[in-house]
Design a protein around this ligand. Structure first.
Ligand SMILES: [Zn+2]
Length: 54
């Protein structure tokens, strides 16, 4: 499970499942629409677009 670094919401895990647990995991926040990549060594990379006007 991953919490969004921007808003703290639970992020959606895009490329995994119970049966498929890839070393590099992609998450997306449905609240602020940012993508986060968690690498095999635990490094977290956030691909944060410009904040949309809300
Ligand atoms: Zn968020």
């Amino acid at each position: 499970m991953m919490n969004c670094p921007a808003c703290g919401a639970i992020m959606v895990w895009l490329n995994g499942s119970v049966l498929h647990d890839p070393p590099t995991k992609f998450y997306q926040c449905r609240r602020c629409n940012i993508n986060v990549t968690k690498l095999a060594d635990g490094t977290i990379e956030s691909d944060q677009p410009e904040q949309p006007a809300q």
